[in-house]
Each structure stands twice: as structure tokens, then as C-alpha cells.
Design a protein around this ligand. Sequence first.
Ligand code: PMP
Length: 404
Amino acid sequence: LWQNVPLAPPDSIFQLTAAYKADTFKNKVNLGVGAYRDNDNKPWVLPVVKKATSILLNDEALDHEYLPILGLKDFTSAAAKLIIGSDSPAIKEDRVVSAQTISGTGANHLGALFLSKFYKWNGPAKVYLSNPTWANHHAIFKNVGIEPVDYAYYDPKTIGLDFNGFIEALKNAPDRSVFLLHACAHNPTGIDPTQEQWKAIAEVIGAKKHYSFFDCAYQGFASGDLDKDAWAVRYFVEQGLPLLVCQSFAKNAGLYGERVGALHIVSSDRETANRVGSQVSVLQRSEISNPPSHGARLVSLILNDAGLFEEWKRDIQTMAGRIIDMRKELHRLLTEELRTPGNWDHIVNQIGMFSFTGIQPEQSKALVEKSHIYLTGNGRISMAGLNSHNIRYFAGELDGVVRK
Ligand code: PMP
């Protein structure tokens, strides 16, 4: 038995982390995985999360019973308002179906699974993914029998958005295609459309009757402002475009291992939303029965208490602010101190956790193998891995591979 099972390659990001951990070099730097680190390269438990945890621990009324199939209602309702906006017509008209999921990955999976069963336009199921995108998007859609197709997004010449290519792809796709859109802080490029560009994208999506599959894993991380980072999603909802949103609290609440997320499907009316909700329940039941409670309780406390919510916003600004400082400092080192050849403005123009440096795969490889600086082959660096102790070393080594 299992003689025919081929050996699968290890996950490249987790392999990179393992190589970093095994490296004994004193000045090694991990710029691979997208998890926030403080200035001493330590994982950061948000102070507001510590506070919420102690409230939960002292709550005698809590037990370990199952949650409902679609999760903790106080969590999913507040989470929907956080991304879609509490004064959104979709929320007021009660036509958003929300399911608590196994973080953002689970939301993507449940959303993809729902589409695979019920999205019946266009013959064989396809989803358009930005080129490049989070690698797991490909795997998640393939897993449910939906074929990923690339759409133009990144322009290596400008290290910026290929806006015309993106618009052309929207226009050339058959009507009623499904487009996956990163709501903010695009992974891996750190390049988002401007609000004007989003408006133009929405217009074509509306004209072509495309379905928008928003993935929002970094709300708050792009600008430090939760509302600003939800702008594109809210604008699309206001325009009445059909969509769903996958939401993760891994990054913005530092709850990576707790797996707190939600899938929100916006329908045109309440009655449709009811039917959609009933089917999402059936799918969720067969996959996980019901989601885990601890992380959802923490986030629910934070979202539903005005004081804790304000504290959370400050914690998010601490994280986003440190990342922005690192961008500025890296840019300064490269352009002013080292006078590294080339234009490095993209380092400060890109947003969110990641930066696409624009270096070539062999240069990334040299950084890993010779400088003990761990980053993915596509030249993406996690800005959160930089700090005041290692940024000078990184800038110097980057300068070295660029000059070679
Ligand atoms: N979508 C994108 C674009 C991501 O970058 C990530 C995290 N790397 C996720 C979804 C999901 O993360 P999680 O399952 O940890 O919430």
C-alpha cells in the first residue's frame, strides 16, 4: 500500500524557516515568513491580547462546549462590521453571511469550496489570480477543482503595478469570471492599486459582471488604519458588486496559531443570504463541524469593547509604524549611505508586511547561501524581520549582491 504515493516537495516558506533555525551564524537574518517581530526579533503578543486573555481566564461562566456551526456570533458580526463597515447598506439590510473559519486560509478554502459547488457560470470552474500571488492560493483552489489562471499584476520594469495589464485581463476574461483580489497589502509584492485605480477596476468588474473574491489578511498592516485598509472592499460593496471577503486575524492581532478568521459572503438580499448561509453551514459541518472557540472569544472581546478596541488600534499602529520606519531606514541606507546602484524608491512606496526588492533569483540565492539572510527566491523580504540591530548588515549585503 502507498507504494505509488510520490514524495511531495516541502513547503518552501517553512523550509526556509527550518534552514534559518538550523543556521548557527551569529548575524543570520530571517526575512522569509510573514510574521511580525519586534525590534529584538521576538514574536510580539499584543498588550490588548494579553488583557483580553486575562479577562477570559477569569470568566467563570465560560465552558468548552461546541460553538455553533458558523461560529461565535458576537465574533462574526463584529468581524463583518470591521471589514465591510458598520454603516454599510449590506450590514444594515442583513444580507451578509458570515462564517467563522480556520483563519484566513480556512476562509479562502470555504469560499473556494462554496464557489466550486454553487458558482455555475462559465463552464469549467476557473479563478483568476494575480501574478504573482500568495502561493497557497493556487493550492487552495486546485484542491476544490477550480483551475487557477494568472492575471497581470506586477511589472518588473517599474517594480510597480501593471495597471494596464490588469485592466486588460479584466476586460479579456469571459463575463462573470471570478477574480481574486488582495484587499490591501498585496502578498508578495507590497503593491496595491490606488483608490483611483480601484475605482477603474471596479468599473470594469461591474461592466463584465465578474465576481470579486477578496482576500484580506492584513487589514491595518498596510496603512496602520483599519478603515483605510478596508476601503476597496467597502467601495465594491457600495457599488453593489457581487463579492465575498476572506478575513484573517493572524497578523493584525498577532494570533497566528489561534487560527481566527471569517468568510463573509455579501448577497443582494436577505432571502438569498439565508439560502447561501444554509449551504455554507452544510459545507462547514462536513469539514470541521464547528470552529475553535478560544481565539474567536479573544477577538470578540476586543471588537466589542470600545476601550479594548482603541487599545488594539494603538497596537496595530505600533506594528505598522515599526515596519514603515524600517522601510525608511533601508531606503536611506541604500540611497544615501551606500549609494547602491539602481532606484530603491519602491522600498518606501510598497506597503504592508512585504517588500518586493526587485533582485534576481541568483542574487536572493547568494544572500541566503553566503550572507545567511533568508528570503524567498522571488526577492520578497518580510520587512518585519528587519530591526535596528540587523538592518545595516542586510543593507550592506544587499548592496554587495547588487554590485556583483
Ligand atoms: N491570504 C494571504 C494573502 C496571506 O498572505 C495569508 C498569510 N500568509 C493568508 C491569506 C492566510 O493566513 P492565515 O491562514 O494564517 O490567516
